[in-house]
Each structure stands twice: as structure tokens, then as C-alpha cells.
Design a binder for this molecule. Structure first.
Ligand code: SF4
Length: 295
């Protein structure tokens, strides 16, 4: 097998894992939430969600009919030499997984209409690249993103004087506007500063962080906890059926330094079907799955 074939095969496996098995931190958090929720309708909805992802895992079938638009995060070790053509490889993997898993084709031409039929198209799959200093591996995360939760993401171009209080208000207003539409319990990623596109990108990248992990800066960590409490106090609950503790699983925040005249806030919303799967591929051909166990 060539190295490029290994990357393609690994990515097809990642897409299958993502579609059919929640990462452990998410499945465990949903089970805990199901035990803690006291509102009967939300508790019942959580029970259905837990049963559903259990069946999806047991039968290797997608946990939701919306199998998402294909997004990848590719972290390239600075000492990893074999990345030429990676965009083509990931594109092939998306098309192959669409047939083999199978996945619903979700890539639609926004100008002339028509579904490409294989989850690829102009700029899709969308690939985010980053470099890892000193590393000798390639790390790929498959992140198929559902449309219902994506529709409720928001960008606020706040005035700097609105400060932290303005940021909190914007996040809560976004959640109030979303209600049950993004299929709660949600995970909320918030990006602050940078610029319009940077804030949204930082916000979405927060959805890759494990649940329960807090930002290393204690002030940001406190903001994450405060917003999580406030979002759960909205009482939307699981699937918007009303509940004490099941509107949000977590809030993740990060920031970039901002222009003196701007305070952008990007809010990325992830539904309960928080599908992400990550693998590291080493130069010697070893593959290590970080979020899922290979049979
Ligand atoms: S928002 Fe999530 S859970 Fe709801 S339909 Fe889309 S993928 Fe499925």
C-alpha cells in the first residue's frame, strides 16, 4: 500500500467512526445528563438520543439522517514530509465514504442548485490546515457538521466598549434565538477578537476540544463556566422540550488579539450529534486513532 493510500483509507475510517460512533467524552456526558435531567420530556428525549447512538454504534449506521457537510482539520507535523496532494486525497476519501458507509450526499451548488452526489464540490470538503512544531506525524480530524446546528451559528461585530458584558449578551441572545432548532443539548464554541472570519473560525475550532476541559487561562475558564450555567438557565432543554440541565453540554472559548476599533464574536453551535474523529499517521506507516477504537 502506498502512503497516500494509507491516508485515504484512514480518512474513510475516520468518516465512518464520526458518523456511527460518538467520541467517548460526548457519549458519557449525554448519559450523565440523561440521569441528571429532571424534566420528564427532556429526560425522555435524552433517553431516545442515548438509545439511538447505542444502536448506531452496534449496527455501524449513521446516528442521524443529516450526516453533515465534510470539514477536516489537518495538523501537519513540521517534520512530516509527505503532504503533497493531501487535499485530493481527502476529497477522494469523502466521496468513497459517501458510498461505503454510506453517507447522505449533502454538497449542494448554492448558485445553480443540484447535489454533487458524493459530498464533494467547490471548496468542499473544507480543509483547515495548521502546523505542529517538532512533530513527525500528520493528524487528521474528520468533522462532518450538521446543517440544523450550523444554521444557528452567528457573528457579532460588537463595539469594543461593549466589553465582556456585551460578549456574554451576544452569546446568550444567539442561544435564545436558536431555541430548540440546533437539536440541543448543544456544545457552544465562542471565538472572540481577530476579525470577522477569524472569530468564527476560532469559535468552530473550539468544538474539537474534549468536553469538560477548561481553557488554561483562568479568566477564560470562568467565562466558559458562567456561560454554560447561563445557557442552561434558559431552560430550553433537550430538543427544546424544556429542561433544567440539558440545553448545553459545554461552552468552549478562545480569543485572538483584536483591532482597537473591533470586537468580533463568533458563536459556533454543535448539536448533540457531535461527530469528530481524529487519527495520527506516522512516517513509518503506523496509525493511531485518538478518539475511537479500531476493532
Ligand atoms: S442538527 Fe445535528 S442532530 Fe439535528 S438533524 Fe442536523 S445533524 Fe442531526
Amino acid at each position: 500500500m502506498t502512503f497516500y493510500q494509507l491516508i485515504e483509507d484512514t480518512t474513510v475510517k475516520l468518516l465512518k467512526f464520526a458518523a456511527t460512533q460518538l467520541p467517548n467524552d460526548v457519549s458519557e456526558a449525554l448519559k450523565r445528563m440523561q440521569e441528571e435531567e429532571t424534566s420528564p420530556p427532556s429526560k425522555a428525549a435524552l433517553s431516545t438520543i442515548v438509545d439511538n447512538f447505542g444502536i448506531a454504534e452496534d449496527t455501524s449506521t449513521p446516528m442521524c439522517q443529516d450526516t453533515g457537510i465534510h470539514i477536516y482539520y489537518v495538523n501537519i507535523g513540521e517534520n512530516f514530509p509527505k503532504v503533497l496532494g493531501i487535499a485530493d486525497i481527502l476529497r477522494k476519501a469523502s466521496a468513497r465514504a459517501t458510498k461505503e458507509v454510506p453517507l447522505r450526499p449533502n454538497a449542494v451548488n448554492p448558485i445553480v442548485g443540484g447535489n454533487s452526489g458524493d459530498n464533494t464540490g467547490n471548496h468542499i470538503p473544507f480543509i483547515n490546515y495548521d502546523f505542529i512544531p517538532g512533530a513527525d506525524y500528520l493528524e487528521i480530524t474528520a468533522f462532518p457538521k450538521g446543517g440544523g446546528s450550523e444554521n444557528m451559528c452567528a457573528l457579532g461585530m460588537l463595539k469594543p466598549g461593549q466589553g465582556i458584558a456585551g460578549i456574554k449578551k451576544f452569546v446568550i441572545d444567539t442561544i435564545l434565538n436558536a431555541g430548540g432548532q440546533p437539536c440541543p443539548p448543544v456544545i457552544v464554541g465562542v471565538g472572540i477578537g481577530g476579525g470577522a472570519d477569524i472569530a468564527l473560525k476560532i469559535g468552530k475550532k473550539q468544538l474539537m476540544r474534549p468536553l469538560g476541559e477548561r481553557h488554561p487561562d483562568p479568566e477564560i475558564a470562568k467565562l466558559e463556566e458562567d456561560l454554560l450555567k447561563a445557557i442552561n438557565m434558559t431552560g430550553f432543554g433537550s430538543m427544546g422540550l424544556g429542561g433544567e440541565v440539558s440545553t448545553a453540554l459545554d461552552v468552549k472559548i478562545d480569543y485572538a488579539h483584536r483591532h482597537p476599533a473591533s470586537l468580533p464574536v463568533g458563536v459556533a453551535i454543535q448539536c448533540w450529534a457531535a461527530r469528530r474523529a481524529t487519527a495520527r499517521i506516522y512516517q513509518d506507516g503506523r496509525v493511531e486513532f485518538l478518539t475511537h477504537k479500531e476493532e
